[in-house]
Design a protein around this ligand. Structure first.
Ligand code: DGT
Ligand code: CA
Ligand code: CA
Ligand code: ZN
Length: 574
């Protein structure tokens, strides 16, 4: 319906005019029209096409607004709206999305303090600068900070691991309904994208769908029910995550799973390919004329268009279909290929468990080796180890290695060594020489220019003691942008120096990203998937690293911690 679009445009015009202190009645005319139009039951476009005069009959729509509506119907755009926006700080409109903040408050804050966006507003509220404005106080500041938090929660994409855990619990709940036959999640979550917009869940029913829908919307963690229909329902959980549930026919489950797994671009490419073979692909199946020839499983769908199964992680229409045609899909890495973890912290720095617990847990998990990599001395906040503490830890490790000697398990001496701003490392060479393997990471001075940062990291890559570069872009998803760095140059240097790059598996890092992993693979760089774990429970993060590695087209041999201990140590010897 075009109504919402028109209403949004009018609302924005009204808000901008109000912030700009325009005539009160003019402001109101846009805001009221927006409200009326949003509540109309009839589609304005349909009404207009039947008879344009019908639009003039809408309450609050006079000649001016009529011609704007006509313009939006005909061109999809509104010139006045665009002109207004082009002379306006867009951040001021974002501020309006905060609960309890209207145009009047935005104007007051902007005029008095020059605050132009939510970030500046948050800073000002934290610094107590808002409380002295007329009509505001400490309480207003607190409530503004709360609404900023809420807005972030609802507008940011959810980290894949968080969505994955939500989905697992929810699916268990859905399976608790007797009418459910199958239940699986699809969408970006199944493709293991690093962040998730919403979670798409498919179910097939043994009988009627209605009891499933009724069960679904009664999920205890529901904050809001957006839709409750016979075959599709949507809810928002109290974590802010939206869930779409669709009921599909069991005999079409595979086709639906393929369709709703996406990506959209992959679906379109498959559909076009099928068309050339005289087939039609949609969420109900693969059709030859009227006949549905493949819908039961995803394998059937791929087979019917002449392709082998393509794992969800690769379905981005980024070469996977061509590779599948040629039989050149990667033999994707799996969790069971992993032999050890080369990035782990203990409570000597900022981890939460003592050395022997970290080690025993890793041993019990079946790993063949781990590297203990506590922070180095310059990472003060993380309680980085000075040389004395480091060497004491190494003595402990020697002792523990004796204990595990006959158990096919080795503790490697390491450290997560800071790469200092000039590219040198945080310990002298004679200390580095005592380490078996370690990641070197940037933890300071993130704001360097791209040239400086690239040189800094390349210098570390060239250091003969450095075997791995930790979390190479430094980004924290939804929190901190990656630092400026020429990743192509980094990868080239890593290849030249036989230095591996890390895929840090912390949910908010997932760094390197799938795109760079693929670039690294193409250029022949090796990857170390490290959990950067600060507690044994974070061993589970390895799985997230594996998902992203699969999205980066990585195979077992691209990842050094799939190697046996001997192969790993030999790899760096030369
Ligand atoms: P998200 O939720 O933003 O993280 O990303 P997705 O990929 O989960 O997207 P979503 O939830 O909008 O839709 C789920 C899947 O449904 C999507 O991956 C592919 C399929 N799909 C949605 N819309 C279309 C469409 O217009 N055409 C085709 N071919 N597929 C679509
Ligand atoms: Ca989705
Ligand atoms: Ca969806
Ligand atoms: Zn780090």
């Amino acid at each position: 319906m075009i109504n919402n679009k028109i209403a949004d445009i009018f609302q924005e015009i009204g808000d901008i005019l109000e912030i700009q202190d325009e005539n009160h009645f003019r402001v109101l005319s846009y805001q009221r029209a927006a409200q009326v139009i949003r509540n109309l039951a009839d589609d304005i476009e349909v009404a207009y096409k039947k008879d344009p005069k019908r639009i003039l009959a809408i309450r609050g729509v006079g000649k001016d607004l009529f011609s704007m509506i006509e313009e939006i119907i005909k061109t999809g755009d509104c010139k006045m709206h665009k002109d207004l926006l082009s002379h306006f700080h867009p951040g001021l409109l974002d501020m309006l999305r905060l609960r309890g903040i209207g145009p009047k408050k935005v104007k007051l804050i902007y005029m008095n303090l020059g605050i132009k966006d939510i970030k500046e507003l948050e800073e000002a509220a934290n610094e107590g600068k808002l409380r002295d404005l007329p009509g505001m106080g400490e309480k207003t500041e607190i409530s503004i900070l709360q609404s900023i938090k809420d807005l972030k929660r609802y507008s940011e994409r959810t980290l894949m691991p968080i969505a994955l855990n939500e989905a697992k619990v929810l699916i268990d709940y859905i399976l608790g309904c007797k009418e459910v036959k199958k239940c699986e999640y699809a969408g970006s979550l199944r493709r293991r994208q690093e962040t998730i917009g919403d979670i798409d869940i498919l179910v097939s029913a043994k009988g009627k769908a209605k009891p499933i829908m009724d069960h679904f919307i009664k999920y205890p963690h529901v904050d809001e029910i957006l839709a409750h229909g016979p075959t599709k329902s949507s809810i928002v959980l109290n974590t802010g995550i939206q869930i779409d549930l669709r009921v599909v026919e069991d005999e079409n489950f595979g086709a639906a799973l393929h369709y709703f797994t996406g990506s959209k671009a992959h679906n379109i490419a498959i559909r076009d390919m099928a068309k050339k073979k005289g087939l039609k692909v949609n969420e109900y199946g693969v059709f030859k004329g009227e006949k549905n020839i493949a819908g039961k499983t995803e394998e059937d769908v791929f087979k019917s268009v002449g392709l082998p199964f393509i794992i969800p992680e690769l379905r981005e229409n980024d070469g996977e279909i061509e590779a599948a045609k040629k039989g050149k899909l990667p033999k994707s890495i799996e969790l069971k290929d992993i032999q050890g973890d080369l990035h782990m912290h203990t409570n000597a720095s900022d981890g939460s468990q003592p050395l022997e617990v970290v080690i025993e847990e890793a041993f019990k998990s079946g790993y063949k080796y781990i590297a203990i990599t506590d922070h180095s001395k310059s990472s003060h906040i993380a309680n980085g180890l000075d040389i004395h503490r480091l060497l004491t830890q190494y003595k402990e490790i020697d002792k523990l290695n004796k204990h595990y000697k006959d158990k096919d398990f080795k503790i490697l001496k390491g450290s997560e060594v800071d790469i200092l701003p000039d590219g040198s490392l945080d310990y002298p060479d004679e200390i580095l020489a005592q380490m078996d393997i370690f990641p070197a990471s940037v933890h300071s001075r993130f704001s360097m220019s791209q040239k400086e940062m690239t040189e800094r990291i390349i210098k570390a890559i060239q250091n003969p003691y450095v075997k791995i570069i930790g979390h190479p872009t430094g980004r924290l998803i939804n929190k901190r942008e990656p630092y400026e760095v020429d990743m192509e140059a980094i990868i080239d240097a890593a290849v030249a120096c036989n230095t591996a790059l890390e895929l840090n598996a912390q949910p908010a890092r997932l760094d390197l990203t799938d795109k760079y992993l693929r670039m690294a693979k193409k250029k022949g760089a090796k990857i170390s998937i490290g959990t950067d774990s600060h507690h044994s429970s974070q061993r589970a993060y390895m799985q997230y690293g594996i998902y992203i590695a699969r999205r980066g087209w990585l195979e077992k041999n691209d990842v050094i911690n799939t190697y046996s201990l001997t192969k790993l140590l030999n790899h760096f010897k030369k």
